[in-house]
Design a protein around this ligand. Structure first.
Ligand code: 13P
Ligand code: 13P
Ligand code: MG
Ligand code: MG
Length: 378
């Protein structure tokens, strides 16, 4: 069979209640749109899901990445769902739709996109991860563990097909440039960058022998960099393929047994633990969080989706949830102090600089003490 494209797209088009969840009417609307697109031959298949206040679409088709028709379909689905949200007076209706109209590609228009064109293997298991109250850099740590850490992924050590490692393509969101790091050889060079999760994000992972067909892809849009102001966090989505020469499903899920700290909790301005949950439990509440991650497992069958199975709802992640709640207690006690609150640099696109601007006239220069150099020249 010819190649299959898997497209995962997400957008916040209105929260129910506040920023906590998606209203069922939005999901019903999107599901009807997907069924029509399948009947019209635009898509092979599609599923509608949610994580927190974000709607996600998992679509399969034969049109390749960045396809105008598929992106138009997703854009118009989010626009229509926004109308439903407006009728219900949901919170922040149309929050992630930053462009006034569709201009041929949904990238850069607000919604997050992760897509890959692949040759479907005889069995093609993959996972779509979606997170709420965080940003694309939240995937850096788990992707590193999945594809570079032998303590996470046994296959890197004992599977001949994985023993050579993988190539990771990193995007610098500030300078708009990218670089590829081959691991394990360049692990330390990779870590120098991806530890700065607000700026460097892993976009694609490839087999070293094939830089065309990704084995993982993540959304990387930063809404604040597009809009130049705070418009909610860039709750990300990613696709990771598994098994036979790639990390096993359990190796792909393993990093989420540790609820690492991510940026994005409450007003997009606080650090908090990324708590793995069942899809039905991905409803941020306490301090608008803590941040959530869900995993939808699929098999492909001639381009059709078999699934999803809700993977992080499994009991084997119960202790990760408990640890996340303990970490949440600890982080909350920091109140408005760093690193509970994000650093000054990362607060640039929130409402905090407006408050600082109001107080600007309050600040007076400190006169240098005689004989002592001024703080600036010292
Ligand atoms: P594969 O069959 O994909 O090689 O996986 C092996 C396995 O045992 C996973 O835990
Ligand atoms: P979202 O980015 O999920 O809309 O959350 C925004 C927010 O301010 C939560 O406190
Ligand atoms: Mg929202
Ligand atoms: Mg959200």
């Amino acid at each position: 069979m010819s190649k299959v494209t898997v497209t995962a797209i997400k957008a916040d088009v209105g929260g129910y209640v506040g920023h906590g969840a998606v209203h069922p009417d939005l999901l019903v609307f999107a599901d009807e749109r997907v069924r029509t697109a399948i009947a019209d031959g635009v898509l092979f298949d599609g599923r509608v899901g949610s994580c927190g206040d974000d709607v996600n679409l998992v679509l399969t088709h034969e049109r390749g990445v960045d396809d105008v028709e598929v992106h138009r379909f997703a854009w118009e689905t989010f626009v229509g769902a926004t109308d439903v949200a407006k009728r219900l007076h949901l919170y922040g209706a149309g929050q992630d739709l930053l462009a006034d109209a569709f201009s041929g590609n949904i990238r850069g228009a607000g919604p997050g996109v992760a897509e890959m064109e692949i040759e479907e293997r005889p069995s093609e298991p993959f996972v779509v991860f979606a997170a709420d109250k965080t940003q694309p850099g939240a995937w850096n740590l788990p992707l590193y563990k999945i594809f570079c850490d032998p303590f996470n992924t046994a296959g890197l050590v004992i599977d001949t097909k994985m023993h050579d490692g993988f190539a990771l393509e990193v995007h610098d969101l500030r300078e708009n440039r990218c670089a590829v790091f081959e691991c394990p050889e360049e692990m330390y060079d990779l870590l120098v960058h991806i530890g700065t999760t607000s700026r460097f994000v892993i976009k694609h992972v490839f087999r070293k022998s094939d830089r065309e067909e990704p084995v993982a892809v993540a959304s990387t849009s930063r809404l604040s960099l597009i809009a130049g102001r705070y418009v909610g966090k860039d709750d990300p989505i990613m696709i990771v393929r598994c098994q036979s020469g790639l990390p096993a499903l359990g190796e792909v899920l393993e990093p989420f047994s540790f609820p690492h700290l991510v940026a994005g909790w409450m007003r997009g301005s606080h650090n908090g633990p990324l708590m793995p949950t069942a899809v039905g439990d991905a409803t941020p509440a306490r301090f608008d969080g803590p941040p959530r991650v869900v995993a939808m497992g699929f098999q492909l069958a001639h381009g059709r989706l078999v699934g999803p199975r809700d993977l992080l709802g499994d009991v084997s992640f119960d202790r990760a949830r408990t640890l996340a709640l303990e970490a949440a207690d600890y982080m909350r006690r920091m109140g408005p102090f760093e690193p509970g609150r994000l650093s000054m640099e990362e607060m640039e696109y929130t409402t905090m600089p407006d408050v600082a601007a109001k107080l600007a006239s309050r600040w007076q220069p400190i006169e240098p003490v005689a004989g002592e150099a001024s703080p600036v020249t010292r």
